[in-house]
Design a binder for this molecule. Sequence first.
Ligand SMILES: *Cc1c(COP(=O)(O)O)cnc(C)c1O
Ligand SMILES: [Zn+2]
Length: 423
Amino acid sequence: MTNFLGYKCSLCGAEYAPDQIQYVCPHHGDMGNLDVVLDYAAIKKAASPELISSSRDNSIWRYAPLLPLNLQGLKDLEGLMRVGWTPMYHADRLASSLGLKNLFVKDDGRNPTASFKDRASAVVVMRAKEINAPLIAAASTGNAGAALAGMAAATASKAIIFAPKTAPQAKVAQLLMFGARVLLVNGNYDQAFDLCVTASNEFGWYCRNTGYNPFTVEGKKTAAYEICEQLAFTNYQLPITKWIAPDRVFVSVGDGNIISGIWKGFKDLLALGWIDKMPKLMGVQSEGSAACANAWRDNTETITPVAANTIADSISVDMPRDGVRAVRAVRETNGVYVVVSDDEILAAMRDLARGVAVFAEPAGATAYAGLVKAVKEKMIDENETVVVMNTGNGLKDVKSALQAAGEAVVIEPNLQAVKHALA
Ligand SMILES: *Cc1c(COP(=O)(O)O)cnc(C)c1O
Ligand SMILES: [Zn+2]
């Protein structure tokens, strides 16, 4: 593929050729996240909104011309074919309860392994094939690992996953079921992350770690493409020659790689002239894991680690691995970081399920909890087009779901008992 020009360090601006470097800029330890540099002129020649919007491929691969990958042979990889192109619902009932006119909920729980992470893992396994990596490793709170395990199974690749031993059972079941090697670390996500980097260096594995591997953002950016393309479809103006950027997008933030990826996606589209404006990115963190929000509030790019503690395990992170870009994504788009409590997250799980039939895990519902708070604090104009990203399916964490939904009553098998229960 000719559109992949190289990498640029997000901290010092150093540039690298595609085959010169694999993970982060060597000048800043683990923290120099690299941006993939694309040849926009070449992309413009090869593709257009009109061309892509006439594609019958309902997955992230409809955006192949915008990915830094050589995708010949992709058609053989059936299991990868359903990643992305997730539904975006017009959430009218939730909108009117909030006094908004145009609210959309995009449900990334509808990916093959039931989280947003499939976008990143699908792109990383394709990259691994390109560079003939024998084995892909990842540290994960659960979803990134499940996504890698699933995508590895789909492509007959080998994977090894490091997850904290406190990861929810359903996520661990996914890892094991897809046949990955699973190492449950007696420690937290941050320790699993560092161990995975060390072991990958020792054994020569290809490391998928979030943010550390520059291709994770390249997969995650596809959600931004879908938002703009799906908004264009809701307008019913055919042919589609431009896509439509919303006014705001709410995203939950742990490591900060999803919000960085979504930002990259909008930047790509703006650079190509396929949308007219940059949406305001609204980062939402749990108050128990708010390192990015703190840095944004203090107007600094120095991220101070926290001791993370939240029900939303997927965003429970001491030291965000993509923190600087995540702070910039919000600051440079004139967005806001919103911080919510675990109780607000549980309430958001109920609202999403009952208001738009989207069953979210706690970290997924966190984005909606952020919208509720932002509306309360009068940050949003009623006419704005707002998109809320749900990043993970509620079945991933049934224990939290029951905590949010409450227990069912048990009755004797007779009508009297029914009457009694309904009274
Ligand atoms: C990973 C994840 C997030 C947060 O993404 P980051 O890149 O870590 O900020 C949010 N929600 C769910 C369900 C996730 O799995
Ligand atoms: Zn650098």
